[in-house]
Write a protein that binds this ligand. Structure first.
Ligand code: HEC
Ligand code: HEC
Ligand code: HEC
Ligand code: HEC
Ligand code: HEC
Ligand code: HEC
Ligand code: HEC
Ligand code: HEC
Length: 388
């Protein structure tokens, strides 16, 4: 035995370089395997093992995420459920170990109870402002001086604003007062009333929430019950900037338009939104028949379905263009002008999407805007492909 060990050591000395190389290879291999394990256990498919239900609410967290705008934009579980940077990532992974331990030790009822009553700071506002503001992003980086990223493990660690926001077509919520189609001052409301994101964006992702729920939240202060200069219920167009612009045929960058057929004939918001005072904010196609023949319902349906499928189609092209631009950046090509054009197209795309009516408010203008978005996307693709 002793002789064998000695022989081995002697052999190693003679082949020192080979030994060093083999050792390095196995260390790299070990790290690689571990990184793959970290990756795998961060994937929604993994979370799905223990959070498997469909729909919304407790246990359905993976399914509800899958149908969210965040998922569509590539924002995954640990981008919200883990603080930024390597330290935040490791902490989140340790939390995962605790999850696994709990899974084995608590009863299904206890698990359900925990999931049904998430701590209100489970995802702190700081997490949201890291991606959604320039100030929050910079502050976090200043406070936590450690390296943010060594290898790419998730989207969050590479988020650097304003670039990230702009390329995703997102406003800086503390600076911009035109957000998601609404005229709304986040800074004023958050600072004056000491509010957190989840006071208004309750149920973001995992709980079903309707837009009416959100509007009712505003009406706690903005109903006809005080004499402040804040807009009141009847001032639809103060808050609903995208819908107002759409009715008037303005607001898109570089696309001229005209008033909608109805607006031009002096039909105002309340003309169609007849149930608003009673809390029925959203009208149906039936409202068309208040003033028109029954077959105008078909016109409504045609407008809506056509615009809806165009939006879906363009959204697919949008992701292709974004990928193409990122590829071009990796190859160090000049893309500044193409990104500018992309951001403009995205702004226009979001204006139509945020109007929320699939072109019902002003079909001609909505289509003119989408035409221009399609042209922008096509030209960017052409430009990048040509220069290969
Ligand atoms: C082995 C099963 C298992 C897997 C896999 C799993 N979880 Fe969980 N998770 C649990 C259990 C059990 C609980 C409730 C007990 C607890 O808080 O740890 C839980 C709770 C949570 C909570 C709420 C914690 C709290 O304090 O309220 C979050 C957030 C969460 N999981 C996210 C995830 C994410 C993200 C993944 C995938 C990366 C994941 N889980 C994968 C079993 C699991
Ligand atoms: C955009 C941020 C965001 C993303 C992405 C996200 N979550 Fe959440 N998650 C939240 C917030 C905020 C809460 C707090 C509770 C709430 O508002 O519903 C939460 C709560 C939870 C909880 C606690 C139980 C519950 O139902 O509230 C679990 C478990 C969970 N998330 C799992 C996941 C998993 C798994 C994924 C990925 C498939 C994911 N989350 C993606 C923001 C996010
Ligand atoms: C990793 C970065 C990131 C984090 C963290 C993040 N978001 Fe987002 N968020 C995005 C992106 C990207 C979009 C754009 C999705 C799209 O194109 O519609 C978005 C969209 C939104 C929207 C628009 C509507 C929707 O649901 O699509 C709201 C509201 C929002 N985020 C709020 C929040 C809140 C509140 C938090 C914290 C709980 C949060 N976000 C955390 C990146 C992030
Ligand atoms: C007083 C209510 C309120 C609070 C508090 C609030 N928001 Fe908002 N937020 C809104 C409204 C209203 C809109 C515009 C309409 C919509 O998209 O729902 C909006 C829009 C957004 C959007 C724009 C989405 C888009 O499509 O461009 C993001 C992102 C967002 N909020 C993030 C946050 C974050 C992050 C916080 C916490 C720091 C926060 N909000 C706090 C009410 C609020
Ligand atoms: C806690 C009470 C409260 C809630 C909730 C609230 N607001 Fe306000 N809001 C105010 C007050 C107070 C003012 C300031 C009025 C003034 O200028 O005197 C204001 C002002 C405004 C203004 C006009 C100022 C400007 O920026 O042009 C808008 C628009 C507005 N709020 C929209 C909203 C929306 C949308 C929501 C729901 C997401 C909301 N508010 C929720 C209290 C509230
Ligand atoms: C104080 C600001 C404010 C005022 C005034 C206001 N809204 Fe809203 N409304 C909101 C917000 C915020 C939402 C949620 C938007 C979102 O999440 O995209 C909303 C949502 C809606 C929705 C969608 C409802 C649903 O469940 O789909 C309709 C329709 C609507 N509003 C119509 C009106 C009409 C009509 C008026 C005027 C009579 C009006 N609103 C006045 C802030 C306001
Ligand atoms: C010609 C009738 C008509 C007029 C005029 C009109 N609306 Fe609408 N609006 C509708 C219909 C119909 C829907 C529902 C569309 C749907 O469900 O697809 C709607 C939906 C909405 C929504 C919900 C959008 C979303 O995000 O889901 C808002 C907000 C809104 N209108 C605000 C306004 C405002 C503000 C005005 C005035 C500037 C206005 N509307 C004028 C018919 C009208
Ligand atoms: C409050 C009454 C009112 C409502 C509600 C209304 N319209 Fe109109 N609409 C008018 C008026 C007034 C005109 C312009 C006069 C005309 O040419 O008939 C008009 C014109 C039109 C036109 C072009 C001219 C024509 O008659 O074909 C179309 C198309 C149209 N409306 C579709 C709709 C659809 C779709 C809805 C439901 C989303 C709707 N309208 C809801 C009052 C209304």
């Amino acid at each position: 035995m002793g002789a064998n060990v000695k022989d081995l050591l002697a052999w190693c000395r003679r082949h020192l370089i080979l030994v060093i190389v083999l050792t390095l290879v196995s260390i790299v291999g070990f790290v690689y395997v571990n990184i793959q394990v970290l990756h795998m256990t961060s994937e929604p498919e993994f979370c799905h093992l223990c959070h498997p239900e469909k729909g919304f609410g407790a246990l359905a967290e993976v399914d509800s995420w899958e149908h969210s705008g965040h998922a569509e934009a590539g924002v995954s579980c640990l981008d919200c459920h883990g603080r930024p940077g390597i330290v935040g990532y490791v902490k989140a992974k340790l939390g995962g170990l605790k999850d696994t331990y709990m899974q084995l030790t608590i009863t299904p009822e206890e698990k359900l109870n925990i999931l049904e009553n998430p701590d209100e700071h489970l995802v702190p506002s700081e997490q949201c402002t890291f991606c959604h503001t320039d100030e929050g992003n910079a502050e976090y980086r200043k406070k936590h001086k450690y390296t943010m990223q060594v290898v790419e493990m998730r989207m969050l660690d590479s988020v650097k604003n304003p670039e990230f926001r702009e390329r995703k077509g997102l406003p800086d919520i503390m600076e911009d007062n035109f957000v998601g189609g609404t005229h709304f001052n986040h800074r004023f409301h958050i600072e004056t009333f000491d509010m957190e994101c989840n006071n208004c964006h309750f149920g973001l992702i995992h709980r079903a929430q309707s837009k009416s729920d959100r509007m009712n939240m505003c009406l706690i202060c903005h109903a006809e019950n005080d004499d402040s200069s804040a807009p009141q219920l009847a001032d639809c167009q103060t808050c609903h900037e995208a819908q107002y612009d759409m009715n008037l045929g303005k607001g898109a960058k570089g696309v001229a338009g005209e008033q909608s057929l109805m607006w031009a004939a002096d039909v105002r918001c309340e003309g169609c939104h007849t149930g608003a005072e009673e809390g029925q904010f959203r009208p149906t196609s039936d409202t068309c028949t208040n003033c028109h023949e029954a077959d105008y319902v078909d016109i409504f349906n045609d407008w809506a379905s056509e615009t809806k499928s165009r939006l879906e189609e363009l959204n697919l092209i949008r992701s292709e263009v974004e990928l193409l631009l990122k590829e071009a950046d990796k190859r160090k090509r000049t893309t500044a002008d193409a990104w500018k054009r992309y951001e403009k197209a995205l702004y226009n795309f979001r204006l139509v999407r945020n109007d929320g009516t699939h072109g019902v408010h002003n079909n001609e203008y909505a289509n003119a805007i989408l035409d221009s978005v399609a042209t922008d996307f096509r030209e960017i693709q052409k430009g990048l492909n040509e220069a290969w």
